[in-house]
Every structure is written in C-alpha cells, then in structure tokens.
Design a protein around this ligand. Structure first.
Ligand code: ACO
Length: 323
C-alpha cells in the first residue's frame, strides 16, 4: 500500500471562548483547580448558528484553499467525530454537498473518539490506495458542548468544540507507519447524542482516574509498537502531537520517556479537550505559526473513549501552490 503525507491544514473554532472563571459561575470549581489538574484555562463552545457541520465546512475550506489543489481531484472525505450534528446524513456527505466536492468518491463519518483523526488517516490511505485519486480530505470535529452535563463539574470543565482539517496525498515510498488498537470498555461513555429516555438527555461520563492510567500507558505503548514496525528514535522526530486531553498526561509521558518536552506540542490551555479535533487543530495551529517545516517528520498519538489508541509516523510536505 502507498504511504500518505499531510500537505495542508485548516481549522475552525466557535466564536465563544469560555474561561474557567466563567465555568466557576455555573458549577463549584475554580481556575486554580482546573488549571493545575488539566492545564486548561479556556475552551470554545458553539454559540447560536454554530455546530459541528459549520465548523467542519469552514476548516475544510481553509485546508483546501491552503493546499491549492483542484477540489475535483479529491478521492475521499473522512470525518472523525463522536458528536456529529446529524446521525444521518453524515457530516462528510453534507460537506460534499456544501463545498460541491466530487460525487463519485466515498464520504463517511467514523467514530474512534479521541483517536479518530489517526483512524481517519488510515481509512483515507486505504481508500486512496485502491483508487486513481491522490488526495483526501480528513477532518476531526467535535461539538462536545451539546453532550456535556453543565451541572457535572467533573466533566464539563474538560471539553471544548472545534474542527481541524488536513489535505493528505498518497505517495509511493514516503514514510508512513501506523498502529491502531482497541479494548472495549465504558471508562468514558455517552449513551447517545439523540437518546432521550424519560426526557433525560444523555451526557458524557468518565472514570477520570482509570482514563489517566490508560492514557499514560497508551502513549508509550503506541510509540513502542511503532518503533517495532519501523525503528526510529524520538530524536529523529521533529514534533510529537498527542491528543490534547490533559497537560499532566503529556508531562507524565515526557518524564517516563525521558524525552525533550519542547517536542511535545500543547494547546489545551486555550482549546480544552476537543477529542477527534484535537490533533488536527494542533497541526493547523503549528502550521500557521510556522513551527512545522517542509519535510518534517511528525509523530501523532491518539487515545480515548472506546477504549481506542492510535499512532502514526507521517511526513508534512506543504503543497506547492500553483499561482
Ligand atoms: N472543580 C473542583 N473540584 C472538582 C472538580 C472541579 N471541576 N471536579 C472534581 N472535583 C472534586 C471531586 O468531587 C473530588 O472531591 P472529593 O475528594 O470531595 O470527592 C476531588 O475534586 C478529586 O476528584 P478526582 O476525580 O479524584 O480528581 P483528580 O485529581 O483525579 O482530577 C481529572 C480529575 C482531572 C479528570 C483526572 O482524573 C484526570 O486527569 N484524568 C484523566 C482523564 C482526562 O483527562 N480525560 C479527558 C477526557 S478522556 C480522553 O480524552 C481520553
């Protein structure tokens, strides 16, 4: 199978930023409690007229524009999400219509929670390898604010909304190695966005301690599994982008691996945990800030509800825009 590289990124955030102090007016909490345990200071929540579809469309438009590719050359549309606006039609289908993308290509949503974007890269690679098309659109998007219980301080302070998009290109012989894993469990659970039993909406619940333990072992495990498939040292990687659940999870892993903390990007301070959107949002921020150089090797690691985990070694090669 061919390899895959990222050639462009885009992102979109809701207009409303919600600080820890804002939340402390709703539930009994404080900026100090939230920040010291999670590294989060604020997050974005969708306001009226904003939802996971509008965010996805905006992020996809930016990624397409930045890539400079002809949108008719896209070979698939993959959206990773656990909080789609509609169960059906899928977000991917609605993006196809809204952006007038080609009809004769697969468009689908997938749910692998916080590992979803990496699962999406793998799905795109498989689909593109079996087609004549070179380019794919992979999006991670969440509107988690709609499934948060704003009376539950143990969860409502952790999550945020947003969308990140990437244009990917298949290429023979380009570096690409991935590992994906699953161990079914209810450590993080949400019975259903549209489940209303006895008038009760269903919300996210989580066993925080179990998730912390899982996350801090899943990241080194993914890296180790990748190294077994393709020997490399962290020194050879330009940037490590882990799912942005919690700053302490990343700090713990950096210490365990005796790694250089500067290689591990963090943006949960202003975005919170945006599940499937967190890795592509981080990539887009880094891209815009000029942090990623052409040809850089990225190590992306996701972990989350399911339980799922995923790691990928992938190149970032900026598309050469035709002017
Ligand atoms: N503000 C103030 N107090 C709080 C809050 C809050 N927002 N939330 C919980 N507390 C209280 C609890 O009620 C408890 O009080 P008690 O001792 O009187 O019973 C106390 O704080 C300690 O609660 P813990 O849950 O033990 O707090 P902990 O120090 O473990 O931190 C946290 C909780 C941050 C969730 C931690 O378990 C963690 O980092 N878990 C990792 C999970 C994570 O990051 N999940 C993200 C989503 S999943 C994913 O993306 C994979």
């Amino acid at each position: 199978m061919k390899g895959l590289k990222i050639i462009a990124t885009g992102r979109s955030l809701p207009s409303k930023s919600v600080t820890n102090d804002d939340l402390s007016k709703i539930v009994e909490t404080s900026d100090e409690w939230i920040y010291t345990r999670t590294g989060i200071r604020s997050r974005y929540f969708c306001d009226e007229g904003e939802n996971s579809l509008t965010l996805s469309i905006s992020a996809a438009k930016k990624a397409l524009e930045s890539s400079g590719i002809n949108k008719d050359d896209l070979g698939c549309i993959i959206v990773a999400t656990l909080s789609a606006t509609y169960v059906t039609p899928s977000t991917a289908c609605l993006i196809q219509r809204e952006l007038e993308l080609p009809e004769n290509i697969p468009a689908l949503d997938i749910n692998a929670a916080c590992s979803g974007f990496i699962y999406g890269l793998e799905v795109a690679r498989g689909l593109l390898s079996g087609s004549n098309a070179k380019y794919g659109l992979v999006i991670g998007v969440e509107q988690l604010s709609r499934i948060l219980d704003m009376e539950d301080r143990s969860t409502c302070v952790l999550f945020g909304d947003g969308a990140g998009a990437a244009i990917v290109e298949t290429e023979e012989n380009t570096l690409y190695e991935s590992v994906l894993g699953t161990k079914g469990g209810h450590e993080i659970s949400c019975p259903g966005v549209n489940n209303f039993d006895d008038g009760q909406k269903s919300y996210v619940s989580m066993d925080g301690t179990a998730v912390f333990r899982f996350a801090t072992s899943a990241i080194p495990k993914c890296i180790d599994m990748l190294q077994q498939k393709h020997p490399f040292s962290l020194d050879e990687v330009d940037h490590v982008v882990c799912h942005q659940a919690n700053s302490r999870i990343i700090d713990h892993v950096v210490k365990k691996l005796k790694a250089d903390p500067a290689k591990f990007y963090k943006d949960m301070d202003h975005l919170g945990n945006t599940s499937a959107a967190s890795i592509p949002l981080a990539l887009s921020e880094m891209d815009d800030a000029g942090m990623i150089k052409d040809g850089d090797t990225l190590l992306l690691v996701g972990f989350g509800s399911g339980l799922t985990w995923a790691g990928v070694l992938i190149k970032f090669q900026k598309a050469k825009k035709v002017s």
